[in-house]
Design a protein around this ligand. Structure first.
Ligand SMILES: Nc1ncnc2c1ncn2[C@@H]1O[C@H](COP(=O)(O)OP(=O)(O)O)[C@@H](O)[C@H]1O
Ligand SMILES: [Mg+2]
Length: 465
């Protein structure tokens, strides 16, 4: 037998090194290396991951392709993220922080599909009675569902052979152990090897596989990045555990669009799809209070209206505090610098706290205009008009730049009753030139951040009158 071989693997990018390193030279992550030992090279990753199909080369022209068979999960928001339903024979990774609701969603899925399809639910974390308790709480009782409490991959695959399910659920991949790999459960090699074998097995039969994966503190999927490459779709659970809203986002989808999101509300009876997320996110929006502005962002094909809040207070520290929740920190710094330079407002003497209500994370630059209004509103203590919604990307000279899908955003804003919709001025001109559909009367144009200041000044004036 060969001597055991030790390698150190970066948990965030899978880079391997013969020595432990403090910082990964490939992805720059700190303290991300884990030791792995192979005792038996025959069963190690490279040997088992190669599964030859033995097929001959075929002529591509005129090649027949089978239609993807999709089955609806009967959970509207989940269908939306999956691109219209679960593709039969696909492997899906469901990732999220502990306690966010992964097992809950899967149990609900079993409730919907467990009477028509055979499901094998493998739980390495919870006992069968705990699963039953959850099922009772969620009022589901699938008749064709099997549960197995097991962490050893070989036993799971054996049970898979005898049950022959249509859908297999692994909760979670971090608990599985594969014989022949000496590192502990949850380590890079274990996760990769277990996922590899499972996917190779189910693909051969056309079974659907759903793997639960935990994410680490930084929000990355724990275990190797390679897990994301092996599956057909990666769904990520987002949201604050302390808040009711949960967002399921498709990070990768071989059978549908990415960036689609599904919105759920966590209740005692399980996750309830939210059909009108904009209304839910705007619920309880205060009126007549400074530092709040509505924003319309685009998530995939779906316009969403949320609320941005800012709190600007004089600082008592030599270097002022800045926190951004749901907004990129660097984007906030850039916006603050633009306002300071172009409008001369001294944010450098203020602590700044930014927050997006409802645990939403905004990546859409169209939110810049609303962030600017919320910031200036809080600093000057003038409320943004309640019926106003602002959208536009800010440039470094303080101008508002055009945003995509403006018509879609405007109709969503109108649907929710906003009567003052501010969009970049250039966009209004362009729309009328091209003979495109006329913008509704509620829409007004903003050239740059000076116009944002003017909106607030007018509000203050009309309040005084
Ligand atoms: N009795 C209950 N009533 C309401 N919500 C509950 C109840 N029990 C659990 N939950 C919710 O379910 C969450 C746990 O969900 P779970 O699916 O087990 O998470 P995960 O599998 O992602 O770790 C808890 O954080 C809590 O919000
Ligand atoms: Mg769980």
């Amino acid at each position: 037998m060969k001597a055991p071989k030790t390698v150190y693997t970066c948990t965030s990018c899978d880079y391997q090194s013969p020595k432990w390193l403090g910082r990964c030279p490939s992805c720059g992550a700190w303290n991300s290396f884990e030791e792995e030992t192979y005792t038996d090279t025959k069963s190690s990753v490279s040997a088992s991951s190669v599964v030859g199909s033995g097929e001959k080369a075929v002529l591509f022209h005129g090649l027949d392709i089978p239609e993807y068979m999709r089955c609806s999960t009967e959970i509207s928001e989940l269908d939306r993220v999956l691109g219209g339903g679960l593709v039969v024979g696909s492997a899906i990774l469901l990732a999220g922080e502990p306690g966010i609701g992964k097992s809950t969603l899967l149990m609900q899925l079993c409730g919907r599909l467990g009477d028509s399809s055979k499901i094998l639910y493998v739980s390495g974390e919870e006992s069968s009675s705990q699963l039953k308790l959850r099922a009772n709480r969620l009022s589901v009782d699938p008749t064709k569902m099997y549960v197995q409490n097991e962490v050893l991959l070989d036993s799971i695959l054996k049970e898979y052979e005898s049950v022959k399910p249509d859908i297999m659920i692994i909760d979670s991949i971090q608990t599985l152990v594969c014989s022949g790999v000496s590192s502990g459960p949850g380590s890079v090699t274990q996760v990769r090897e277990c996922a590899n074998r499972l996917i190779a097995r189910i693909k051969a039969d056309g079974t659907s596989l759903i793997i639960v994966g935990h994410v680490n503190k930084e929000g990355g999927i724990a275990g190797p990045k390679v897990l994301e490459h092996m599956v057909d779709a990666v769904l990520s659970f987002e949201g604050e555990r302390t808040q009711a809203h949960r967002i399921v986002r498709a990070i990768k989808n071989r059978f549908g669009s990415t960036n689609e999101i599904g919105v759920f509300e966590m209740t005692g009876e399980g996750l309830i799809p939210v059909d009108n997320p904009s209304a839910a996110l705007l619920e309880g929006r205060p009126e007549g209070v400074s530092g709040s502005c509505a924003v319309c962002i685009l998530e995939g094909t779906r316009p969403l209206i949320a609320e941005v809040q800012a709190l600007v207070t004089p600082t008592s520290y030599p270097s002022p505090r800045r926190t951004a929740d749901g907004i990129d920190y660097n984007r906030m710094c850039l916006i603050l610098a633009v306002i300071e330079k172009r409008l001369g407002l001294r944010f450098s003497q203020c602590d700044v706290f930014l927050n997006v209500v409802g645990g939403l994370r905004i990546d859409d630059p169209a939110a810049d205009a609303a962030i600017i209004l919320a910031l200036i509103s809080s600093m000057k203590d003038i409320p943004v008009p309640h019926e106003l919604i602002a959208m536009g990307e800010v440039g470094l000279s303080g101008e508002f730049r055009a945003i995509p899908s403006v018509h879609q955003r405007i109709s969503e804003a109108k649907r929710l009753g906003f009567t003052n919709i501010a969009v970049p001025l250039g966009q209004i001109k362009k729309v009328s030139e091209k003979g495109a559909p006329r913008l509704p009367d509620e829409v007004s144009g903003m050239r740059g951040i000076y116009d944002a200041l003017r909106i607030l000044a007018q509000t203050q004036k009309s309040e005084e009158e």
